[in-house]
Design a protein around this ligand. Structure first.
Ligand code: BTN
Length: 250
């Protein structure tokens, strides 16, 4: 049996595997619109139209990355909380299985040795009577992403960092187990625990950074994050700027 056919999920999850699809986020959105329950997950070995934030695409070597999207029906109005919850769960699972230390680049990239390992794309549907959120993750596992046309040079994979192949099925199962642990807490506890673990892992917090925001570059010290996840940047003139949408460049 090839590794791609053995993805499994902990009890209580409904896992759907496709060898190839356009985007797992689309599969999860369609399932959400059709009324599928929380903890429905779509996994694939290859996306033909994998997408990222801000209109970017997400690429992988077929059968070598971890590509999945999860349907949530709890906390769906707090897309930032769901994004951070999945980022924290993935970091904890990756660290445990690959023996590395991952960080989170605000707002939601997973970083390893200062390079991008994984991206998260959260999409929310507000249809009356049927609200849900989809969190999609792409993780570079057993290939060299920088060898792909269109992937920035600062990408990294678990294979490159650890020097060995990491079983994708085991990694997915552990990520879902970590998600269960966080989401099954009492809601206010979920929020507090996720926030503190997310903040602990924030890349370059308290350091000088440059943020690309709507075509301009903002220079300052990454002071903290607000309750809603916005980045608080201390500018040269001492004022504090709240950044809600942007890219942390360095
Ligand atoms: C980003 O870094 O901008 C986010 C990338 C998100 C990629 C994942 S792969 C699985 C899911 N399906 C998609 O089309 N995108 C997400």
């Amino acid at each position: 049996m090839s590794e791609s056919t053995i993805f499994s999920a902990p009890a209580g999850w409904a896992l759907h595997y496709f060898p190839e699809t356009g985007s797992t986020n689309d599969l999860a959105r369609d399932a959400g619109e059709a009324g599928a329950p929380e903890r429905t997950i779509f996994v694939t070995d290859h996306q033909t139209m994998g997408r990222g934030r801000q209109g970017r695409s997400w690429l992988e070597v077929p059968g070598s990355g971890l590509l999945f999207s999860i349907l949530f029906r709890r906390h769906q109005s707090q897309s930032f909380l769901l994004t951070s919850l999945c980022s924290v769960a993935a970091c904890e699972a990756i660290d445990r299985l690959a023996g590395v230390h991952t960080e989170i680049k605000w707002p939601n990239d997973l970083m390893l040795s200062g390079r991008k390992l994984s991206g998260v794309l959260t999409e929310v549907s507000w249809a009356p009577g049927n609200p849900f959120a989809v969190v999609g993750m792409g993780i570079n596992v057993n290939f060299n992403p920088t060898a792909l046309d269109g992937v920035p040079d600062n990408a990294i994979s678990l294979l490159m960092a650890s020097g060995r192949e990491i079983p994708r099925a085991g990694l997915l199962n552990e990520i879902l187990r970590q998600i269960d642990l966080l989401i099954d807490m009492e809601p206010s506890k979920t929020e507090a625990v996720v926030r503190s673990r997310w903040v602990e892992r924030l890349w370059r917090r308290k350091q000088r950074v440059v943020i690309a925001e709507g075509g301009k570059a903002l220079d300052g010290v990454f002071e903290d994050v607000a309750e809603d996840g916005a980045l608080l940047l201390r500018l040269e003139d001492g004022s504090l700027q709240t950044v809600r949408v942007g890219d942390l460049v360095i």
